[in-house]
Design a protein. Structure first.
Length: 151
């Protein structure tokens, strides 16, 4: 997301118009518009004032990504009971079709056996419960993948 769009999304999330932001910052509405369309960028002082106005940190304002914030809010509001009912493979399969097709080609029992050993090792060595062991293993796997991807 570009800075202008991030500023626009942060302003909208606060329910403010360009005119209201301009008035509170002591600038013109056109200046706010130029920031949001990436014609110009605010200086650091104006950025700090906007961050306060939008109730976000300066870092959040610069990196404001409405999608990530909305996803995090949705996760926080979703109960464990609802999460148990979600077919995550199907939900993610729309974005990553491999999740819907790999079962026909992958030797799942072989990988499941080896993963069970790793889960049992985590539980025994660190006294994790089932869920914590799975989350730790998932996080380790993600970090291994991320490191391989960056090489």
């Amino acid at each position: 997301m570009n800075l202008g769009n991030g500023l626009f999304q942060a302003r909208k999330k606060c329910g403010l118009s360009q005119e209201e932001v301009a008035e509170k910052l002591g600038i013109s509405r056109q200046t706010v518009s130029k920031w949001e369309t990436d014609e110009t960028v605010p200086d650091i002082r104006q950025s700090k004032k906007m961050a306060v106005l939008y109730n976000v940190s300066l870092d959040e304002l610069i990196d404001f990504d409405i999608d990530i914030k909305e996803i995090q809010e949705a996760i926080d509001k979703t109960s464990e009971e609802v999460q148990e009912k979600i077919d995550w493979a199907n939900a993610w399969g729309k974005k990553y079709p491999i999740l819907l097709t790999y079962q026909a080609n992958v030797n799942i029992p072989n990988y499941a056996y080896r993963i069970n050993i790793l889960l049992d090792e985590l539980k025994k060595e660190y006294q994790f419960n089932e869920q914590d062991a799975m989350l730790v293993l998932k996080d380790i796997l993600y970090n291994v993948w991320k490191n391989r991807k960056s090489k």
